[in-house]
Unconditional design. Sequence first.
Length: 272
Amino acid sequence: MPEGPEIHRVADRLAAAVLGKPLVRVEFAFPALKPYERKLRRRAIESISARGKALLTAFDNGWTMYSHNQLYGVWKVAPAGERPVTTRSLRVALETADTAILLYSASDVEMWRSDAIESHPFLAKLGPDVLDPRLDAAAVAERLRLLAFRHRALGGLLLDQGFLAGLGNYLRAEILFAARLLPTARPCDLTTAQLRTLTKACLAIPRLSYATRGVEPKPHMHGGYQAHEGRMFHFRVFKREGQPCERCGTPIVKTTSDSRPLFLCPRCQAAS
DNA sequence: CTTTAAACCTGCTGGC
DNA sequence: TGCCAGCAGGTTTAAA
């Protein structure tokens, strides 16, 4: 469940399912986490929240579970005792009297003392979460002016979790399209108007995705996406290679930027 | 300092 | 059917 909007949605779903209820059963597939099966039994989950693409599950005994889905991790909610039919490997099961939350396939799961979680190496490097409602356009504009970021090409900068946490490959493509910029453009070379458009897109696109998305990846990774609850974030360039640009009709092109696939409109996104 | 490439995590596809 | 290379919405590491 890759980018910020999806992880935040998962956090919402998991929290609604199990928050505050005592755990009757806890399972970890990782040998290093086995001791926590006992420590967490009969305890309750205090909060489940997303930080960029990381998920933090805080228990009421001072421990917090850090997990990162990377490309493969999948969280599921299931009735207590039931296990979805899947070939995936179950990594974490947190089960209350009626509901369980289950983490499959993820390989990055750690337990931290809650009071030390901020020093986790991944979290410590994160920029502000793009879905944090306290983050506004002025703050993003200020980051684009920082010495550490202003000379960087946008293709790499938008993927850098230290710039803004939660952006990923599809958001990068959609932000660049909305801002009508190429991945080679750098903040220091942009006009005031371009910077303003880019700033707005950095916030608006992820938030639109979170709000409308409900998108679920199809069961297998290359199966594309499907609407969920009748709604789905609309890709204007991502994975639309060969299809006409919605603005100008020019076929969308697939390229590579920073070793990742990038889709763009060669006409709308011209060199600045 | 930034950028690039490769490695690694896992699951699935497509070709032979 | 079986095997393997390649790819993917990610991150880390090392090298350039």
